[in-house]
Ligand binder design. Sequence first.
Ligand code: NAP
Length: 291
Amino acid sequence: MTAQLIDGKAIAQKVREEVAAEVAKRTAAGKSQPTLATVLVGDRPDSVAYVTSKGKACQELGMGSVSKHVPGDISQADLETLIKELNADKTVNGILVQLPLPAHLNEERILQLINIEKDVDGFSPINIGRLAQKGREPLFVPCTPYGCIYLLEQVGVKIEGANAVVLGRSNIVGMPAALLLISRNATVTVCHSRTRDLPGVCRQADILIAAIGKTEMVRGDWVKPGAAIIDVGINSVPDATKKSGHRLVGDVNFNEAKEVAGWITPVPGGVGPMTIAMLMRSTLRAAQIQD
Ligand code: NAP
């Protein structure tokens, strides 16, 4: 069997076009331009790259962006003051604090400070708490897991009643992905570094979301025939044939898994492009909530 490829790049492009059309419509109607503020602490190259792409996406979709770049040794009090200023700024609809923060800062307290109506990353304890509770609706959900679920829904994978296995339990990907699957009535198993018989657990999965950050760890014989596989992993491996000297691969051995699965996301071009697309969608939603 050869799996159907889930084209995250194309689906993300469609989301972006829909958001851009909605932004144009609201600004033409005299409403405010949805605006995202990014907060970058320090100069981690990966964080700089992510924040730059988020600002660029805002521009491309006709949205506003405010970039706050502060030194890596900023004090907790000064960072809290900045978040409070952004909360009070009526021209800012969404606030995204690029994680991880330097170790001396209390991330939980910073995320807790973000006004939930501006919490477009969905990491504030109130939004996550609502996601975890039956019958409570979060205003926003974390963008990468939101993108994973959106991909499944777009290609028509039935989530309700499915056995879903999530590899990884991080606050950013694994745990919110599991909560989103539960909210859509899947039966969910969350695996982590202490899970016994990972291959055996994965073989039960109608839907497998891999978010562990381990190069091609999920092998073809871990996959249930016909399963839908969402590979969140981004791992860099040496490749002398590339100009950069490396290439990106996922947490799933794509060549093996695609022979068994029903659907599969590639890396790159699967989940990756969805994260920013969903962030743009959430920023538009923030502006709509605040109208
Ligand atoms: P993380 O915070 O490092 O969490 C990794 C999770 O995997 C943890 O729960 C850990 O278990 C589990 N794990 C690690 N080794 C394992 C093993 N051998 N067997 C079973 N479980 C294992 O990582 P993350 O932030 O969730 O990111 C995961 C991957 O997704 C990374 O490759 C990252 O680059 C990628 N990512 C991609 C996007 C995107 O936009 N596409 C966004 C975010 C992250 P414990 O809890 O027991 O330690």
